[in-house]
Design a protein around this ligand. Sequence first.
Ligand code: GDP
Ligand code: MG
Length: 153
Amino acid sequence: MALQRTFIMVKPDGVKRGLIGEIIKRFEQKGFTLLNAELMTINRTKAEYHYTEHKDKPFFGELVDFITSGPVFAMVWEGENIIEVSRLMIGKTSPAEAAPGTIRGDFANTKAENVIHGSDSLLSAEREIENFFGLLKRNIADDDFRYEDRQSM
Ligand code: GDP
Ligand code: MG
């Protein structure tokens, strides 16, 4: 086990459907710490870099169209083993395989518009956080509002 950071994003369909609060609630309930968050509409360059591993897939253009079609809610979360645990909470990509109780299992019914993104490895988490929040931007919770502080409040 290790304390890790991951990049979680509510996709445009999730934002439009009013699921930001529900998703934050699930991560808070699990005991994870929110370190940074921003509602933003991303350009194609940022979207293409984010999904660079899929650049040769037939659906790449559609994917970039979708993710740039409206605001996304980008977040950095921290917690024990969060890369693996958050992927479990998110559920499988395909709606037929996403188990009930997972975010996609409960809220998504297409493979393309599936509400939420979560990093699949430490390396992608690092790259995705940098792409959305930059290297130098301070995590707003870093200085004075840690989860440990909240628990004793
Ligand atoms: P994830 O890691 O579970 O998000 O899934 P992948 O890395 O396989 O795919 C990245 C994203 O591309 C998915 O979350 C979907 O939004 C999108 N995607 C995957 N497969 C398809 C597809 O067949 N068609 C379209 N339009 N989008 C897809
Ligand atoms: Mg993926």
